[in-house]
Design a protein around this ligand. Structure first.
Ligand code: TNX
Length: 530
């Protein structure tokens, strides 16, 4: 029956077309423009990499060769002269801003153009995704395509807390790898908190001799226990820290992947570990709290000496001073703090906090760095040049941007990665709420309450992974993936180019890429339970 047959054929065609199934190589984050043309180019062992001499050649060619080796067991030679059958890495000043690139596949192979090495690096990440996963892409064959791409926001970051649980150096590198493949460019390293001090400071050796370790007590979780110990104390001891050499190694590793590392040295709160090592810098109250004394000039000297050593290790332009959740009650009971308030004519604890932050800002500025802090630094008045990281929602960020300050958005809802992301029965330990992958995908860093002429103050956004509940690299990866994939698209790809359904389809293939790299990820993230 002919008409029955046409019906079936029609049905098949309609079903096939209505599936918004991306090409196998669906790239995350979605490029700005991606136009396919007929024709294919196949990379073979005669293909060479032609690299512009102004780029740091090894960094970029190794990036190409490493995925070609992993996926196709091919290694390409390097050449200086343009030729057919090549991957060309070309300096092109017109391909701006920072991070922008174009990628063309055509008759003479692959051409990636950018004005910076960073742009070339991102072009290579796109290429690597177009040639993976192995389960889908069996041969290094590329469709002819023209891609023009650039990031929507300049701050595309993640914070990792290494205080509540220590994260060894090699695991930190694995975290950086995940950021790099998603074209993220800021790694905010929460190096210090009440539970442990994790960075070597030569002037104050007790910080890591004792402040980085604590006794494991009975069935208490390590992060519930603020009492420090030295590494070789009796019984079970938990902890760890990074030497200056470790830090340099991580910073260099991140730089090769065009990621800035922003150190966070928490103050004035969340400071139990440091104050148990150096109690002379706490308030003159009966018990040592987790808050530095704001009335003692020596406290400022102590913190400035620390910052002086820290800035030597981190070439990025920011120092993060924390500033969140300050237990200001201890200031109001401390004689030195009360005296300071009188001298400086400060009426409230918020004003004293503002005094503290301003004083640190002056010092950080004198070191040619910018201060960034959690949104509590708005209380009592924000120092003139400070950048705000908005975590208690986006309101602090709105207030700061409207007042002319730079802002990084990282609201707990939806950008906290310690929250759960799927049906609870499939989830490992989490804390504080529920942020599934699509909530993050829909996040818009610029709320409408920001004045049009202040929008440029929103530098971008970042996700934060607090580690009270997170003990291992595989748990870290699980909390990051696929939520970092979603965030990367929310802040790299302009809103009009984003599409939920298309993203979900791409995730299917992306999961295979993550699996092939040996990463743990949450497969249950797409089956929300609310
Ligand atoms: C609040 S977010 C904190 C962290 C905790 C986190 C747990 C922020 C600036 N401070 O110290 O780890 O909640 O979700």
């Amino acid at each position: 029956d002919f008409s029955r047959l046409t019906q079936i054929i029609l049905l098949l065609v309609v079903t096939a077309c209505s599936h918004t199934k991306p090409p196998k190589m669906g790239v995350i984050p979605q490029p700005m423009e991606m136009n396919y043309q007929p024709g294919t180019f196949k990379i073979n062992d005669k293909t060479v990499i032609v690299v512009d001499s102004s780029f740091e050649e090894k960094q970029l060619t190794e990036e190409i060769n490493s995925f070609l080796k992993d996926n196709f067991n091919i290694q390409l030679e390097i050449s200086r002269s343009p030729q057919e059958n090549a991957i060309h890495l070309v300096k092109a000043m017109e391909v701006a801003p920072n991070g922008a690139y174009s990628l063309t596949v055509g008759g003479d192979g692959v051409t990636i153009k950018a004005s910076t090495g960073q742009g070339i690096f991102y072009g290579i990440q796109t290429l690597a995704q177009m040639l993976s996963p192995k389960t889908e892409v069996k041969e290094p064959v590329l469709n002819y395509v023209q891609i023009n791409d650039a990031p929507a926001y300049e701050w595309r970051g993640m914070m990792l807390d290494v205080s509540r649980h220590f994260v060894p150096k090699d695991s930190v590198k694995k975290v950086i790898d995940i950021l790099a493949m998603h074209k993220m460019n800021k790694f905010h390293w929460h190096l210090v908190d009440g539970i442990g001090w994790r960075i070597q400071i030569d002037a104050y050796p007790e910080l890591t001799r004792k402040g980085a370790w604590r006794k494991v007590k009975g069935d208490k979780k390590p992060w519930e226990d603020f009492e420090i110990a030295s590494k070789d104390a009796e019984g079970e001891v938990y902890g760890g820290f990074y030497t200056k050499e470790d830090i340099k190694e991580i910073v260099a590793y991140a730089k090769e992947r065009f990621i800035d590392v922003i150190p966070e040295i928490e103050m004035p709160g969340h400071s139990e570990a440091a104050l148990q090592c150096y109690p002379e810098f706490s308030c003159d109250t009966e018990v040592i709290t987790g808050v530095y004394c704001a009335g003692n000039d020596d406290t400022f000297q102590f913190l400035q000496n620390i910052i002086s050593e820290v800035v030597e290790l981190f070439p990025n332009e920011y120092v993060h001073i924390g500033g969140d959740e300050v237990g200001k009650g201890s200031w109001l009971k401390c004689n030195k703090c009360k005296k300071r308030m009188q001298q400086e004519n400060l009426q409230t604890a918020e004003e004293l906090q503002s005094y503290f932050v301003r004083r640190m800002e002056k010092f950080i500025h004198s070191k040619n760095k910018k201060l960034i802090g959690w949104d509590e630094i708005l209380e009592g008045g924000l120092p003139e040049r400070a950048t705000v990281m908005s975590w208690r929602g986006v309101e602090g960020g709105i207030e700061a941007a409207n007042a002319g300050h730079d802002v990084v958005m990282s609201p707990g809802d939806p950008l906290y990665l310690d929250h759960s992301q799927g049906k609870s029965e499939y989830e490992p330990p989490s804390w504080g709420g529920y942020n599934n992958v699509l909530k993050i995908y829909d996040f818009n860093p610029v709320p409408k309450d920001i004045a049009p002429d202040k929008k440029h103050h929103i530098l971008g956004a970042q996700a934060n992974l607090w580690t009270e509940q997170v003990k291992s690299l595989s748990h870290i990866q699980y909390m990051m993936l696929p939520r970092i994939s979603a965030l990367s698209e929310a802040i790299w790809t302009k809103a009009e180019k984003r599409n939920r359904e298309y993203f979900i389809n791409k995730l299917d293939v992306h999961f295979d890429r993550l699996y092939e790299k040996g990463y743990n990820y949450s497969g249950s993230s797409l089956t929300p339970d609310y």
